[in-house]
Design a protein around this ligand. Sequence first.
Ligand code: ZN
Length: 270
Amino acid sequence: MLVTRRPILRQFCREHPMPFLPVHVKEQLFSRKSLIWVDMHHQLLKMVSATIDILKKELHLEQESVVLSEEVVNGLVLVDIINGFCTVGAGPLAPREPNQQMTGMIEESVRLTRLFCEKKWPIFAFIDSHRPDQSEHPYPPHCVSGSDESNFVPGSMEKIDGSMEKDGSNVFIDWIKTNSIKSILVVGVCTDICVLDFVCSAISAINHGFLNPLEEVVVYSNGCATFDFPTEIAQNIKHGLAHPQELMHHVGLYMAKERGARIANKVSLP
Ligand SMILES: [Zn+2]
């Protein structure tokens, strides 16, 4: 058994690097002596992946290549691209390990921020920020105002017109009206939480006539990301709620489209 275990484990690790698993869980996983246990886990991961594929097919999401018109004013909205949610180890709600979806979101958001800066198009950033005594159910204390968690991810968003902390003010409405923005492009985190909340609120406000002249909301899928909290960890935590990243990202985009947003998988200029 000793002779065969190592090659099998190596192959298993190659096929399933599992970047979402914290190091101590991986160590636990690979310190197990039983090949059967590893094989069962292997099969389980395959089943989860196949099930997610089935669900994504069932909730089919048509995405489009969006060319930003230079005839109208486009606004870029950055949702919570801050250390507390995006930088590895930066806080209780930050990724615990490097994550491909999160890295891609940052790269694309930076690319678009630069593009909008070059075009002198307006950019607006939401920043999650809380007073030390202000709780946000159901999350643990996070992104305390003035802490590094509430700062933009490094090297990215230096030239933004303005930003707002979520205090319910009308700064966003003023930004739309002052710049006569017709279309907004939304990127950030988390696809199925704050991005979706924002999209639903914006579309509702458009429908009620509060956001004139804004007409459309575009969500850029590769510029959004959500977090990963695997079932196998959640089930060992009291009140733990599993949050499989790929599926919840898809669901967030699907619901945004259901509410009337356009979903783009490519964004470019004419
Ligand atoms: Zn918060």
